[in-house]
Design a binder for this molecule. Structure first.
Ligand SMILES: [Zn+2]
Length: 217
């Protein structure tokens, strides 16, 4: 199964992607994580990417596409993947079609008020970028990352006003891409969350049921 997962910041898509990875044995390609790693490297690419991010610019499509291609090449034959954080532009979506077949779109629909509530309780590892939630996804030790032992912090843009703006940016960026996949008749699995207490397990079970129905799991 080759899938793309879409969802606003705070929709939990990263969590679902990693749980699907564990359950279905697919690879997760999280572009945000990949670029965080690249920026740490003292290479020409690392410096270029860092320069863009520091100036608040988007990383140019040609760089993003090249990085994606390299990452896709590392996937063993026959193993599927879930893409998270790509494509962000129609151009990126079109390039992807030339290198891989997409079987399904996993779309997370979460109302704004839930996202705001969730993001304000979110904590991120300063070292590896792993995401926690002090209510729903606690680390084993307070403020310490389970994966690498790094310190957890709260992002300065996890405030209601900035979150609303980020949701708006996400919607503007994503709607033409979703429209594109609908026109291409790629199947969608839409997970709609309506309550704050909905457990990730419940959403995940539904998702897997749908994937089975589509014969992708
Ligand atoms: Zn960590």
């Amino acid at each position: 199964m080759n899938a793309i997962i879409f969802g606003a910041p705070g929709s939990g898509k990263g969590t679902y992607a990693s749980r699907l990875q564990a359950k279905l044995g697919v690879d997760v390609i999280a572009m945000g994580d990949i670029f965080r790693e690249i920026m740490k490297e003292d290479t020409e690419l690392g410096r270029k990417v860092k320069g863009c991010v520091e100036k608040g610019l988007l990383v140019p499509d040609d760089i993003v596409i090249e990085v994606l291609k390299q990452r896709l090449n590392k996937i063993p034959r026959g193993k599927g993947f879930i893409l998270d954080g790509y494509p962000r532009t129609l151009e990126q979506a079109k390039v992807l079609e030339e290198i891989a077949k997409i079987d399904v779109i996993l779309l997370q629909m979460v109302p704004d008020w839930i996202i705001i509530e969730r993001l304000s309780t979110r904590r991120i590892c300063k070292n590896c970028g792993a995401v926690y939630n002090i209510r729903f996804l606690k680390p084993k030790v307070d403020n310490i990352c389970d994966k690498c032992g790094g310190p957890l912090y709260q992002r300065s843009d996890d405030t209601p006003d900035v979150i609303k703006k980020r949701i708006q940016v996400y919607q503007e960026q994503t709607s033409p891409i979703l429209r594109h996949y609908k026109e291409k008749k790629v199947p969608f699995i839409v997970s709609s969350i309506t309550a704050l207490e909905t457990l990730p397990e419940t959403v995940l079970e539904e998702m897997i049921k749908e994937l089975k129905r589509l014969k992708l799991a």
